[in-house]
Design a protein around this ligand. Structure first.
Ligand code: PAF
Length: 287
């Protein structure tokens, strides 16, 4: 497995692979890898001859007062996990390699997708994600890139980026890996103390309850309020509980894919999760 932080060196290795017509897959990460990330690596390996995993904690997607400084950096453990997975190249650029001009060119994500839900609570976050992902795509030029559904809004924005800028990259979405108690795997789970960790699966449990209540024909405002109170009782400060179109995050449309999305702060951690709604819930419930 190559571990590379120089763009020229990476291009040389990628050049050899391309000359042999090998298909290249990319899994962008910020490191601190868990089984959810390794699922993405395995998914890429099934579809590609070579897998590149990037480890880069991207400063432009963190807002003032957010966890950029304390975000867990676990390079040695990450390399060990990737060495045991089907990874061929680990791309570990530093900030100057990723952003050689300061200030440099900058991309703005479409506000309808990037200023709602998480974007409302993390202004500029998705612009930062779009900027780093476009740069990673340009550096690696993969045929396939794999992203987790855990960050569902991010996934939609990246799909739009590829569509809007006509990038020849297939985006593959991969389902969220969960702990045995339902909590979505996330690097930020390790910020939780013991008591908060016990409460944390309530976020997913609330999504499941909201889904069942909608399927049973209950009205959305009542469903949302009940879940909101339940989360508060377990020590969360909810930021949003939303029922949206899974295609554009607008109002859910009958007969079209729909998603429940949630974000809530629990102690020092901001947790997010989401759930596909099976089948189209009753139209009458859409308000
Ligand atoms: O999902 C993440 O870990 C990050 O947002 C990503 C896509 C690696 C960009 O920094």
């Amino acid at each position: 497995m190559h571990v590379i932080s120089s763009l020229d060196r990476m291009r040389a290795v990628l050049g050899h692979w391309r000359a042999r017509n090998e298909r290249i897959g990319l899994v962008p990460t910020m490191g601190n890898l868990h089984e959810g990330h390794l699922d993405l690596v395995r998914a890429a390996a099934r579809r590609c001859d070579r897998v590149v995993v990037s480890l880069f904690v991207n400063p432009t997607q963190f807002g003032p007062g957010e966890d950029y400084q304390r975000y867990p950096r676990t390079r040695a453990a990450d390399l060990e996990k990737l060495g045991a997975a089907s990874c061929d190249l680990v791309w570990t650029p530093d900030v100057e390699t990723m952003y050689p001009l300061s200030p440099g060119f900058s991309l703005l994500a479409p506000p309808a997708l990037s200023c709602v839900l998480c974007g409302e609570h993390r202004p500029g976050h998705f612009d930062g994600v779009a900027n780093v992902v476009l740069r990673l795509f340009q550096q690696v030029r993969p045929q396939l890139a794999v992203f987790g559904e855990k960050d569902f809004q991010q996934l939609l924005i990246i799909k739009r980026l590829v569509q809007d800028l006509a990038l020849a990259i297939e985006i593959q979405a991969w389902p969220t890996r969960r702990e045995a108690d339902g909590l979505a795997m996330s690097s930020r789970n390790q910020y939780l103390n013991e008591e908060q960790r016990v409460a944390a699966p309530q976020l997913y449990a609330s999504l499941m309850d909201m889904s069942a209540a909608l399927a049973a024909g209950e009205d959305w405002p009542a469903v949302r309020d009940r879940a909101w109170q339940r989360l508060e009782q377990h020590g969360f400060t909810p930021q949003y509980l939303a029922w949206r179109s899974a295609e554009d995050l607008g109002a859910p449309q009958p007969g079209r894919p729909q998603r429940l999305l949630a974000a809530a702060v629990l102690g020092p951690a901001r947790l997010i999760d989401n759930l596909a709604l099976d089948g189209a819930p009753i139209n009458a419930a859409i308000k």
